[in-house]
Design a protein around this ligand. Structure first.
Ligand code: 5GP
Ligand code: ZN
Length: 112
């Protein structure tokens, strides 16, 4: 999708600090990090949200999680938080599936 920011990052048309790549995923640092490690893991193919990805490409959905775990392990984090914001009122602002990996500090629950 030409007008999708994360499609443009996957295509290399927009710069990003890429930290991990797999066949189906790309992981890059969030531009506005909320933790010492804040990485976004996205499928290379466009889906609007996590449920759409899981329905359309279950292997890619699983690969988002295994990629995030690999990034966490490589950064030395045993504990981390994974988040899929889905829909505007849940905080989704970019409508290309992305898994937030947050690590390197303590997190509270419930989230804000
Ligand atoms: P959402 O709010 O949709 O769950 O997450 C979107 C995330 O994308 C936000 O955390 C935001 O900081 C990040 N973001 C927005 N624009 C860019 C960008 O151009 N580059 C990178 N690396 N992250 C971005
Ligand atoms: Zn996209």
């Amino acid at each position: 999708m030409a007008d999708c920011l994360f499609c443009r990052i996957v295509a290399g048309d927009v710069d990003a600090d890429v930290v991990h790549e797999t066949e189906r995923t790309l992981a890059f640092r969030d531009i506005n990090g909320q933790a010492p490690t804040h990485v976004l893991v996205v499928p290379r193919v466009h889906y609007d949200d996590a449920a759409a990805l899981a329905a359309g490409d279950p292997e890619a959905a699983a690969e988002l999680v295994t990629a995030a775990a690999a990034v966490a392990e490589a950064a030395g984090h045993d504990d981390y938080r994974l988040v899929f914001n889905t829909g505007p009122s849940a905080g989704q602002t970019v409508f290309h599936t992305h898994l937030h990996l947050l690590a390197g500090r303590s997190f509270t629950w419930p989230p804000g």
